[in-house]
Design a protein around this ligand. Structure first.
Ligand SMILES: [Zn+2]
Length: 198
């Protein structure tokens, strides 16, 4: 029915998260009828963002410059590190407005069924940071699902050392979900009411 180039565009858009086949078709049909200069600009900003963004070599956040502004900011409390699953979780914690420490992105959760083992996560990097940085508390801010629980317990055991407090947020977070489902107030309370694991 549709010309090949439109079919290809629909297929490419449908691969994006949250874009179903119908939305993909609607966006594609919109784009091919939009002023070429506008489409060119959109393509340009997508490409530019992709080319500029990298992972911070220290914390794993998405940044244009590594180390990222949070790792570099001397006003942030370097004794406190919040461990999150994904780079986008940093945004959720930042929006809660109560956390003034630094971050560490694991890049996933331990899940043997999905083939995710501890060595697939950025745990080595966190251990290195413990030797180089004046970290006194690790706050584990993973989701409250089964993998989040297992990963938190694993981390608490592996990272345990004298002089280091390891705590976990959880209170008030929706059961079985990730940080993205918690509103700012809930997340802020969960951070404040964190419980010590070691
Ligand atoms: Zn960083």
């Amino acid at each position: 029915m549709l010309p090949d180039s439109i079919t290809q565009l629909v297929a490419a858009l449908a691969k994006l998260p949250g874009v179903g086949p119908r939305s993909a078709e609607r966006i594609a049909l919109h784009l091919v009828q939009t002023d070429a200069a506008v489409v060119k600009q959109l393509a340009g900003v997508i490409l530019q963002a992709r080319e500029k963004i990298q992972f911070c070599t220290t914390c794993g956040s998405l940044t244009e410059k590594s180390p990222c502004p949070i790792c570099e900011d001397p006003r942030r409390d370097g004794t406190l590190v919040c461990v999150v699953e994904r780079a986008v979780d940093i945004l959720s914690v930042e929006k809660s407005g109560t956390f003034r420490g630094r971050f560490h992105v694991l890049g996933g959760k331990i899940s043997p069924l999905d083939g995710v083992e501890p060595e697939d996560l950025r745990i080595d990097g966190l251990e290195q940071r413990l030797t180089h940085e004046p970290i006194r508390e690790i706050i584990i801010a993973l989701g409250t699902d089964v993998e989040g629980d297992a990963t938190s317990r694993y981390l608490a055991k592996r990272l345990a050392r004298s002089g280091l407090k390891i705590s976990r947020i959880g209170f008030g977070l929706p059961a079985g979900s990730g940080l993205e489902f918690a509103d700012e107030l809930t997340l802020s309370r969960a951070l404040e009411s964190r419980r010590e694991m070691f």
